[in-house]
Ligand binder design. Structure first.
Ligand code: ADE
Length: 247
């Protein structure tokens, strides 16, 4: 996959492109990541990319010409242009999977008060990463690119992606590692039992309880199967999945 960030601040992406899983995906060609400086497409003497809004109002607006020229300089047949925009549709894991289907993602990052509306004719969709306003689209574009790249085949092991939060409509169960007892805080016995089926049931019960408590909105849209209904009503009756007692 190709990923291109159109931005006024390409230096913000340096660490993103060279660190950890994303750095490896970039190095081994799984994701070819580039930045393009929008200012390079401004033709006036001072390379202005912004101007005052028609109709008045605070702040500056990014001009259509440099932005549209920047988009056209990288667009190709398989590209999908995404405008980072707090008023776009809210991004989620389902959208992350959908974006893996494109061969080239182009992220357009605004700054100042916004971008001239006519740029939207060159944009395929506008995405927001949540109901808050950042100083620019750069961090938001990295959030989206990160979550897409890690889904590409070979970026991480398939197992680690499969059990994660949101993949099946539930939050992920709690995880523990060594030591089994840290300052008196013990890892649940069941995880040390080696009893795979009971561990699976315990994890599922924990995921259900955690999702219902922390994300009632997600839980409301989740359709439980018979086993899940049973595990949750067991929890409500005070019965946690435990290691079977030896007879
Ligand atoms: N630009 C500024 N705020 C943003 C947000 N919440 N999501 C996407 N792009 C943005």
């Amino acid at each position: 996959m190709r990923i291109t960030f159109l931005t006024l601040f390409p230096e913000m992406y340096d660490r993103f492109m060279s660190t950890s899983i994303i750095g490896r995906a970039h190095d081994n060609g799984l994701a070819r990541i580039d930045t393009v400086q929008i200012r390079d497409f401004a033709h006036d003497r001072y390379h202005h990319v912004d101007d005052t809004p028609f109709g008045g109002g605070a702040g500056m607006v990014m001009k259509p010409q440099p932005v549209i020229d920047a988009i056209c300089s990288v667009k190709d047949e398989g590209s999908h242009v995404i405008l980072m925009d707090p008023s776009g549709s809210v991004y989620d894991q389902k959208k992350a999977h959908e974006l893996t289907g494109y061969s080239h993602l182009i992220f357009l990052c605004g700054h100042y008060e916004g971008i001239d509306e006519r740029v939207k004719a060159y944009v395929d969709e506008s995405l927001s990463i949540g109901d808050y306003v950042l100083t620019g689209g750069e961090l938001a574009s990295m959030v989206i690119a990160d979550s897409v790249i890690r889904l590409l085949d070979g970026a991480i092991t398939a197992d680690s992606a499969a059990d994660e939060s949101f993949e099946h409509g539930l939050l992920e169960y709690p995880q523990y590692t060594h030591p089994a007892d840290y300052q008196g805080m013990k890892v649940p016995d069941i995880l040390l039992s080696g009893h795979h089926e009971m561990i699976r049931r315990w994890r599922l019960q924990q995921a259900l309880v955690k999702t219902r408590e922390k994300r009632p909105d997600l839980f409301a849209g989740y359709v439980m199967n018979a086993e899940e209904e049973k595990l949750l009503s067991m929890w409500d009756e005070g019965i946690e999945v435990k290691v079977p007692e030896k007879k």
